[in-house]
Design a protein around this ligand. Structure first.
Ligand code: NAI
Length: 483
């Protein structure tokens, strides 16, 4: 079986060399095709950080094992790490955080065991990176949460939880504030939960979740979240088990999967052969299991756990009174410990069952659309306008444009209603949302909206607009604070 390997930048090549040395000593039956991705590929002029040959290899092989990569600062280019996850639709980011004996933490010292898997949605949310300056003072980020995207990652999380006999699966969210976006994610969670009655499924608001994770991490098992919240919560969980040096990550898609460490290129220690290869090794071990190399994975993991238990450590962790080893020596210690069993959490050595590699020759992009269930009606529009005038003056001007089809419903600033009622204590910025709805709820069409846009543009610069839709009579938009 052949996989693509990208060594990465900074400490990437050093830790990748250490991990591949361990694989080779364990006679992992894999061949590697080294592909060109990372900072130096940006520098060569490839704006997405990978060569076309690298893209072709990864798309034909289906598995990418990668080291951390640097995104050049100030050049307007996007992170190759995020581009890779999004381009190949690796919709689920799976991160396993387990107590590692030999890695001292507050919890290991208190005898509280941790075994948490965080599944983070990997494509959507603010990571779309769709951002605009609407006025000199006002920046906007669009946050997409979609039904098919949410269902994909949540189904993966439930399936994985079932396979690992999880006790509990929890959805982290902020649906109390973001009722439509996080509300949709939560709705999808409980929709999927119905198919897994044997699993205890519940939800926790993300701020409360963070508090509960640091007070009683042993109460959690599998946690599924949207992208940004998942990013933050998974780093929190990395802290619970000893830091980023112990946090592996698998980016799972239907066709392509990417295995990498959570940490970055560690430029401060690059080139010194002192980096900790554990996170990349744990990612590699999960890749071996994904490919069916169960025996190799267990032998390597047991040797790693034994090595950690015996107190061997790189400079970033462990007993500081004991001399640390370098990256190469750490890898050699693991190899020397092949066949040894750790006293805590030894992994059962199961026979290898390599998956048959599937070659996907996709002809076109797959379209994910849910069945439309309810009739959609346009009943109004939110016009986002630039103005430094007072709310009453804005309302007076807008009412002149409402004509015979529209009613000016309210004016809000940063989501807080400031007309027809509001407070002079609300600070304003130079961008308002003026909400128009149709008179008597009469359905509108796009031409009506364009007519209003043209009329309103006589008085204001319109920065953007959003249609106000109802589905089956239910409002498909949020109300302003105070509306
Ligand atoms: P970082 O994770 O590279 O470093 C943070 C701190 O942790 C540093 O003190 C570093 O020395 C230490 N550290 C990280 N990994 C370590 C290891 N294996 N062994 C010992 N110490 C380790 O985060 P930072 O400094 O914010 O980012 C540096 C670069 O990495 C940036 O260009 C960033 O864009 C990139 N990055 C790439 C990621 C990826 O490829 N998936 C993820 C995160 C950052």
């Amino acid at each position: 079986m052949k996989i693509a390997v990208a060594k990465g930048d900074g400490i990437g090549p050093e830790i990748m060399e250490a991990v591949l040395k361990i694989f080779s000593a364990s006679q992992v039956p894999l061949e590697y095709e080294v592909v060109e991705m990372g900072k130096w590929v940006f520098d060569k002029g490839f704006s997405n950080g990978m060569t076309p040959e690298a893209q072709h290899s990864i798309e034909s092989l289906g598995i990418l094992f990668k080291g951390p990569m640097e995104t050049p600062k100030g050049k307007g280019v996007k992170s190759v790490n995020v581009t890779a996850r999004k381009t190949w639709n690796t919709y689920a980011n799976n991160r396993v955080f387990q107590t590692l004996h030999g890695v001292d933490t507050v919890f290991s010292k208190a005898g509280i065991p941790i075994d948490i898997t965080v599944v983070r949605e990997n494509i959507e949310d603010t990571y779309g990176g769709i951002e605009h300056m609407l006025t000199h003072d006002v920046a906007l980020s669009r946050r997409f949460i979609t039904r098919p995207g949410s269902l994909q990652v949540i189904k993966y999380a439930f399936e994985m939880a079932r396979k690992k006999n999880a006790r509990r699966i929890t959805c982290g969210h902020k649906a109390n504030i973001m009722k439509i976006t996080d509300g949709l994610f939560l709705e999808c969670f409980y929709e999927v939960a119905k198919e897994y009655p044997e699993l205890k499924s519940d939800d926790v608001i993300v701020d409360d979740l963070c508090m509960k994770l640091v007070t009683r991490p042993d109460n959690f098992d599998v946690v599924v979240l949207t992208n940004l919240q998942g990013d933050i919560v998974s780093d929190l969980c990395a802290g619970l088990v000893g830091g980023l040096g112990f946090a592996p990550s698998a980016n799972i898609g239907d066709h392509i999967c990417i295995f990498e460490a959570v940490h970055g290129t560690a430029p401060d220690i690059a080139g010194k052969n002192i980096a900790n290869p554990t996170a990349l090794l744990l990612s590699g071990i999960s890749m071996l299991r994904h490919l069916g190399f169960m025996e190799n994975a267990a032998i390597i993991e047991n040797a790693l756990l034994y090595t950690l238990e015996s107190g061997i450590h790189t400079g970033d962790f462990g007993d500081k009174s004991k001399a640390s080893v370098n990256t190469t020596q750490f890898a050699e210690a693991i190899i020397a410990n092949f066949g040894k069993q750790p006293s805590m959490n030894p992994k059962p050595v199961l026979p290898n069952m390599p998956a048959t590699p599937t070659v996907f020759k996709l002809e076109k992009n797959s379209m994910m659309v849910s069945q439309e269930m309810e009739a959609e009606t346009i009943i109004g529009v939110d016009m986002f306008i630039e103005s430094a005038e007072q709310p009453t003056e804005i309302a007076r001007k807008c009412q002149r444009h409402a004509g015979v089809k529209f009613n000016l419903i309210n004016v809000s600033n940063r989501g807080t209603q400031v007309w027809p009622t509001g407070s002079v204590f609300t600070n304003l910025v130079n961008q308002y949302n003026v909400r128009f709805e149709s008179l008597d709820g009469t359905p509108l069409n796009q031409q009506d909206i364009i007519g209003l846009y043209v009329s309103l543009s006589g008085n204001f610069k319109i920065c953007s607009l959003e249609l106000l839709n109802t589905w089956g009579g239910k409002k498909a938009y949020s109300l302003a604070q105070g509306q």
